[in-house]
Design a protein around this ligand. Structure first.
Ligand SMILES: [Zn+2]
Length: 281
């Protein structure tokens, strides 16, 4: 049995997994302790939602992340482990969009507001709340189909180049929007680019974002439960037409929301292999 355990640890020390730019990589660790050290930050190890004796680290990989091999270090009391990962490139589609010119070249009087809103959003996303509100699998914020996927390389009005930081759902007429999981409302206001906006803190560095809303039904500080109506979709902010923009942030980095949800939800499924049965004798 000792050999089995050593083999398992040895496997982890050789290979942490393959990541993709714009998506998150979830790495399972033998215990829910310590932190994982990357090139530019330390990320807390969280408890595994369905295997309490194991840990997970949710590593968001920036859309513009360098590709290739990268070495992570897991540092926990009494142990240090090297975890190599490989970052590969995703080929995202391209989109050419036409929007109100003021949303590409803002008037001077809007610049201060844009800067203020950007700074506030970064402050919110950088905050780590050490409570797990996301204690069940995530759900979609409305029942509709996708009109624009995460990650599209976008050109606005032939000049501004950007990428799509969330996923757009069709919502031609105002549709009730529901909370993807339990959490605390940390922002509910009208913003220059995002229009009517709600941000929910799900704890442990995970946030969900709902943009272009026509009506907000919650306030900052409200505890919302999964499936609760929080807003009506709309056509506010920088848009080509009415829709819901849905995004997810992890440890301050934008991540493909539906990919992240599917990976987080998989953690709630009954594990195929029960590592708990492995013991050292
Ligand atoms: Zn969008």
């Amino acid at each position: 049995m000792r050999h089995l355990f050593a083999l398992w640890i040895g496997f982890l020390s050789l290979w942490g997994g393959e990541g993709y730019n714009g998506k998150s990589l979830i790495i399972t660790l033998p215990s829910p302790s310590g932190m994982v050290i990357t090139q530019d930050r330390n990320i807390s190890v969280l408890s595994h939602p369905s295997i309490p004796q194991q840990g997970i680290v949710i590593l968001p990989i920036d859309y513009y992340s360098p590709l290739g091999d990268m070495n992570l270090t897991w540092s926990a009391p009494g142990k240090t482990l090297s975890i190599p990962i490989t970052i590969q490139s995703v080929t995202y589609p391209t989109e050419i969009l036409s929007v109100d010119p003021s949303k590409v070249t803002p008037p001077p009087e809007a610049l201060e507001r844009i800067e203020r809103e950007s700074t506030r959003a970064k402050e919110i996303y950088a905050h780590f709340t050490p409570i797990r509100y996301w204690n069940k699998p995530f759900i979609q914020p409305l029942d509709s189909y996708i009109t624009s996927e995460y990650g599209s390389a976008r050109t606005y009005n032939g000049t501004l180049k950007s990428y799509h930081g969330g996923v757009d759902f069709r919502a031609r007429t105002p549709i009730p929007i529901i909370a993807t999981n339990n959490g605390i409302v940390v922002l509910a206001e009208d913003r220059y680019y995002a229009g009517g906006t709600i941000i929910i803190d799900h704890g442990e560095g995970i946030y969900s974002c709902y943009f272009h809303l026509s009506r907000c039904d919650v306030q900052v500080g409200d505890y919302v439960i999964q499936g609760q109506n929080i807003a009506l979709s709309g056509a506010t902010g920088r848009i080509t037409g009415p829709h819901l923009h849905f995004g997810m942030m992890v440890h301050g980095t934008q991540s493909d929301p539906l990919d992240l949800i599917s990976k987080l939800n998989a953690l709630f499924e009954t594990p195929k292999e029960n590592y708990a049965s492995i013991s050292v004798h």
